[in-house]
Design a binder for this molecule. Structure first.
Ligand code: SF4
Ligand code: SF4
Length: 94
């Protein structure tokens, strides 16, 4: 999806199409990214539960890593990952 110019945006930046979140890849806003350490993961899925974006990949009920197209790097997943597992580390993106 290409970025719209200011002339193409609706007045006030109003979002007119419902259910359009999948079209907006929000990962480019990120300064830090979560890195999953698979061998430490206890598959509690807290990261998936608390992530405010569709950025934690779960397949057949198991954590599989992150979809960085949608991860904003907020760090909630790393904070909620149980201390005994400590399976997510936030690292600088650049
Ligand atoms: S850093 Fe934030 S947006 Fe990215 S996966 Fe973790 S909770 Fe989701
Ligand atoms: S919160 Fe941590 S231990 Fe739990 S599924 Fe996610 S990465 Fe694994």
């Amino acid at each position: 999806m290409s970025l719209k110019s200011w002339r193409e945006l609706p007045t006030g930046g109003v979002i007119l199409e419902a259910g359009n979140a999948a079209e907006y890849k929000t990962g480019s806003w990120r300064a830090f990214k979560p890195v999953w350490i698979e061998e430490r993961c206890i598959q509690c899925l807290f990261c998936w539960l608390y992530c405010p974006e569709p950025a934690v990949k779960v397949v057949d009920g198991k954590m599989q890593g992150f979809d960085y197209d949608y991860c904003k790097g907020c760090g909630i997943c790393a904070k909620e990952c149980p201390e005994k597992a400590h399976a997510i580390e936030m690292v600088p993106e650049f």
